[in-house]
Design a binder for this molecule. Structure first.
Ligand code: ZN
Length: 96
């Protein structure tokens, strides 16, 4: 259920489900980072490292995580699993 929040940039009313403030265009999607979003990001990341970051539109981090986890798997399975775990935790954090 969307509710109104204040834009952190101009102070105008913005739907918590809006991606951008209708008044000033400031991105506001990070205001509503729900448990559902966390779960989706986590599941995507378990399937493909960086998938949850793509979900958060953090494409640079997604690329870095994808390469880092693959490299970890390539070097040794255990560091890959550990990195993959950190990748899932990173994906669950609220976007900045
Ligand atoms: Zn605004």
């Amino acid at each position: 259920m969307a509710r109104l929040t204040k834009c952190s940039c101009c102070g105008g009313d913005v739907s918590s489900r809006a991606w951008f403030c209708p008044s000033c265009g400031h991105p506001v999607s990070s205001l509503e980072w729900t448990d559902t979003d966390k779960a989706i990001a986590a599941v995507l990341t378990v399937i493909v490292p960086g998938g949850g970051h793509v979900y958060k539109k953090q494409f640079r981090q997604a690329f870095l995580w994808f390469c880092g986890v693959l490299l970890g798997y390539a070097l040794l399975l255990v560091p890959g699993l550990v990195l993959h775990g950190f990748c899932v935790l990173s994906a669950m954090k609220a976007p900045e």
